[in-house]
Design a protein around this ligand. Structure first.
Ligand code: ACO
Length: 428
């Protein structure tokens, strides 16, 4: 195989080096393209063919349905690791030893206090505000309460910034939910594990003792691991681009939350459940909705189906589907929504529209069903995704800053008006 690629333009052949990854992925490096061709740029809407960085965090092969964090398969991690171990792995590159994990957790707990004044900001939101909007605003607001910018050349400062956000973010997540449900805000319990504490902060009632449910803790741990990173998706790319201007970690994560909110990305988990509810309320006629999804004159899309990268199956969807069956069974929940979901999936898997376009259930087709069984309100689903994705965003931000990547600033092809003379107001 050649180690360069050629572009012929205006009778001249230009040669560009190839970059090969450790999993043999290839890219044409076109850093010199504009210079040698006198201004030629590439055009790739949605960046479907564009590599934006070199990364050692997550590998995925959409054709084979492979997903690995730092070399470890998602199946192994979901089965054998816990969320905090996975967070450490993603951020620092290696699985922690028992001592490293304990210190990491202690440091996170030591940084879990959120300034009381943040509650005033929360108070200003109407109860009906979407939790993702609140979460993004509060995360950004934390910058004001933790103003020191991170010296990325100092491993200690970098570490402190990381444990600070990992400590405070779950508090914000819980507070957005308690705001919605009208419960008093809580700071959690330092004696508990990371995920146990999150659940207690979300669900503890003021007038009764909180009882931990192991099935729910394990299910949430697994869901968070499955969502923890997914290489250069929309929100992660946003975090990297915002961070590339040397905006701080909290500001970059806040931007990532906004990107995740959209129904074509993380907001899909809420959209899926709302869609399944609507189908059930409409008599459960899945065929009718399959037809709507295929009709090009109808904006309806089958939410939870399709993925930019996975074109055979989403490995996370397999794990989640099994987990949904187990969790609902163990909790004794008989959710008719699960039947609607299974019906849609079965039909889509044999329907030529979906088969030809390689549209399969993605990670969020089943996650909402589990969240619902846990008692999490539907508007909080995408917030739970953000909670899981936080270590991935941090890992990618850290990698980008340590690699000293340049500011993200794409080019364009201008298609607007060419030069025109300005007309004064009275002449228009
Ligand atoms: N329902 C019906 N048709 C679909 C769907 C769907 N869910 N997804 C894609 N298609 C069709 C498109 O209409 C298009 O058809 P055409 O070739 O006849 O024009 C074709 O499949 C390709 O679709 P694109 O939108 O070009 O694919 P892209 O890779 O840009 O989009 C995306 C991927 C955004 C995930 C899309 O499949 C979608 O909107 N899915 C529903 C939303 C969803 O579940 N998002 C969650 C993604 S996973 C995550 O973020 C964690």
């Amino acid at each position: 195989m050649s180690d360069t690629a050629k572009i012929e333009f205006n009778g001249q052949v230009h040669e560009f080096p190839l970059i090969k990854g450790t999993e043999n992925e290839l890219a044409i490096e076109i850093k010199s393209l504009r210079g040698v061709t006198d201004g030629l740029v590439t055009m790739d809407p949605g960046f479907k063919n564009t590599g934006s960085c070199l990364s050692g965090v997550t590998f995925l092969d959409g054709e084979k349905g492979i997903l690995r964090y730092r070399g470890y398969s998602i199946e192994d991690l979901a089965e054998k690791a816990d969320f905090l171990e996975v967070a450490y792995l993603l951020i620092f590159g290696e699985l922690p030893t028992a001592d490293q994990l304990q210190k990491f957790h202690e440091d996170i707990k030591a940084n879990s206090m959120v300034d009381e004044d943040v509650k005033k900001i929360l108070d200003a939101f109407p109860k009906t505000a979407h939790p993702m909007g609140i979460l993004s605003s509060l995360t950004s607001a934390l910058t004001a309460f933790n103003p020191s910018s991170v010296n990325v050349d100092s491993p200690e400062e970098m570490y402190q910034a990381i444990v600070r956000i990992l400590g405070k973010f779950p508090v914000l997540v819980a507070w957005t939910m308690r705001k919605r449900t009208g419960l008093p805000l809580d700071y959690g319990d330092k004696k508990l594990g990371y995920v146990e504490n999150i659940l207690k902060m979300m669900f503890k009632m003021p007038n009764e003792d909180y009882e931990e449910n192991r099935i729910i803790v394990d299910a949430l741990d697994k869901l968070l691991i499955l969502h923890a990173d997914h290489e250069q998706n929309c929100s992660t790319s946003t975090v990297r681009v915002v961070g590339s201007s040397h905006a701080g970690l909290f500001a970059s994560i806040s931007a990532g939350i906004s990107a995740l909110w959209g129904p074509l990305h993380g907001g899909a988990n809420q959209a899926v459940l709302e869609m399944l509810e609507a189908i059930k309320a409409d008599g459960g006629d899945t065929k009718k909705y399959m037809a709507k999804a295929k009709d090009k004159n109808d904006p309806f899309r089958l939410m939870g189906f399709g993925h930019r990268v996975y074109k055979n199956f989403d490995p996370r969807a397999r794990i989640i589907k099994k987990a949904a069956d187990e969790v609902l069974g163990e909790l004794g929940v008989d959710d008719p929504i699960l039947d609607v979901a299974k019906g849609l999936e079965q039909e889509a898997l044999i329907d030529s529209y979906f088969v030809d376009r390689k549209l399969y259930p993605n990670v969020d087709f089943y996650s909402g069903i589990i969240y619902r069984a846990m008692g999490i309100p539907v508007e909080m689903f995408t917030v739970m995704f953000a909670l899981g994705r936080l270590p991935g965003w941090i890992a990618q931000w850290r990698e980008m800053r340590l690699r000293k990547e340049p500011i993200g600033r794409p080019r364009q092809i201008y298609i607007g008006e060419t030069f025109r003379d300005f007309k004064k107001l009275e002449e228009r």
